[in-house]
Design a protein around this ligand. Structure first.
Ligand SMILES: C=C1C[C@]23C[C@@]1(O)CC[C@H]2[C@@]12CCC[C@@](C)(C(=O)O1)[C@H]2[C@@H]3C(=O)O
Ligand SMILES: O=C(O)CCC(=O)C(=O)O
Ligand SMILES: [Fe+2]
Length: 374
């Protein structure tokens, strides 16, 4: 009788062979807050906001402002990325996750590596395992990385790379469009948007990283978790969730999880921590998680935008109210990741850890203004 694949490779947990959720994958506290449906009538309190890019400029700007201030996330429709391309992207991702375990393990993420196969970096902060597999890569240099999964560089390799490159091209343009919309939503005029870009070169230097998630069907979904609750660390993320829902956004007052409906062809846009800093906390990063399903596999794709590693991210002058000082100090993305690591191990909030020092606070600024104007 052949040896089951999970016994051949003790590092690989074979979700397909699991008939129950073992203790290693059972998370406490998953049901501490109720889950509500985010797919209700637009405008009702739990309905996830929708931004349609086909709406006239001012309407889309107003919707982005409201969603980014109140939710830190929204569904993006009318974005122009062809549905047929999204279908091919999902199909190629499914084909990649269906590779034999041994092939996937060849591309395993090493300690400290940004890219590779396996659990996402955040999993290293938790003793429990998530009910998912993931693959992170840089779309700008995918052909080299992907040889680890497909060393023979055959048809599956070629079609995966072709489709992801096509997707990346579309997404990078969409990311620039959305960045501009975000800046307009902060209240910047067209001239100010151009001046910010001239000075900070945010759009021009923004980098993209892709992280693919596979959440296998699970015999006991109430005990398991696909992706632990987190905020994304970069500027903003486009999430493509296939027809199987599973993404939940956390909302306060009363505390609850809002299940994001799977809207065919839509992206979910998440505000990340560095955008929270850039906008001086006006647009807030969203705490979210992914749950699993008893009968269906689920696939999602995160297209993460952030600054290049050397760039310091500080609040935009235009986002700081007159007479106040910036609420956050300047950090690079790697510095922020270091702070977040410390925050995870101490239970602190990473954003609070990069908040500007007391002496920098608003009262001091107002006092200084009074002195200067008297
Ligand atoms: C660009 C990135 C964001 C990310 C870390 C990464 O370098 C690549 C993977 C991303 C991801 C996806 C799952 C959740 C998350 C918190 C994680 O552990 O890996 C995010 C990271 C992030 O937003 O910080
Ligand atoms: O699977 C999802 O819907 C969410 C994925 C996610 O949050 C992430 O990759 O950061
Ligand atoms: Fe996320």
């Amino acid at each position: 009788m052949p040896t089951p694949s999970h016994l051949k490779n003790p590092l690989y947990f074979d979700f397909r062979a699991a008939r129950r959720v073992p203790e290693s994958h059972a998370w406490p506290g998953l049901h501490d807050h109720p889950v509500v449906d985010g797919g209700g009538e637009p405008g009702t309190p739990d309905a996830v906001p929708v931004v349609d890019l086909r709406d006239p400029g001012a309407a889309a700007v107003a919707r982005v402002a409201r969603a980014a201030e109140q939710w830190g996330a929204f569904l993006l429709t009318g974005h122009g990325v062809p549905a047929e391309l999204l279908a091919r992207v999902e199909d190629r991702i499914a084909c990649m996750f269906a590779l034999p375990a041994a092939d996937k393990m060849r591309a395993v993420r090493g300690p400290g590596d940004a890219c590779g196969y396996g659990s996402p970096p955040i999993s290293s902060f938790f003793s429990k395992c998530m009910w998912s597999e993931g693959y992170t890569f840089s779309p700008a240099s995918l052909r080299g990385d992907l040889r680890k999964l497909w060393p023979k560089a055959g048809d599956d390799y070629a079609s995966f790379c072709d489709v992801m490159e096509e997707f990346h091209k579309e997404m990078r343009v969409l990311a620039d469009k959305l960045l501009e919309l975000f800046l307009r939503a902060l209240g910047l005029t067209n001239e100010q948007v151009a001046a910010v870009e001239e000075e900070r070169r945010i759009g021009e230097t923004m980098t993209a990283t892709m992280h693919l998630n596979w959440y296998p069907r699970c015999p006991d979904p109430r005990r398991a978790l696909g992706l632990i609750a987190h905020t994304d660390s970069g500027f903003f993320t486009f999430v493509l969730q296939s027809l199987v829902p599973g993404l939940q956004l956390f909302r306060h007052g009363p505390d609850r999880w809002v299940a994001v409906p799977a809207v065919p062809g839509a992206f979910v846009v998440n505000v990340g921590d560095l955008f929270h800093i850039l906008t001086n906390g006006r647009f807030h990063s969203v705490y979210h998680r992914a749950v699993v399903n008893r009968n269906l596999d689920r696939i999602s794709l995160g297209y993460f935008l952030g600054p290049p590693p050397h760039a310091k991210v500080a609040p935009l002058r235009e986002a700081v109210p007159p007479g106040r000082t910036p609420a956050y100090r300047a950090v690079t993305w790697p510095e922020y990741m270091g702070v977040r690591k410390k925050a995870f191990t101490t239970g602190a909030s990473a954003l609070k850890m990069v908040a500007a020092a007391e002496s920098d606070d608003a009262d001091a600024a107002v006092h200084q203004q009074l002195v200067l104007s008297s």
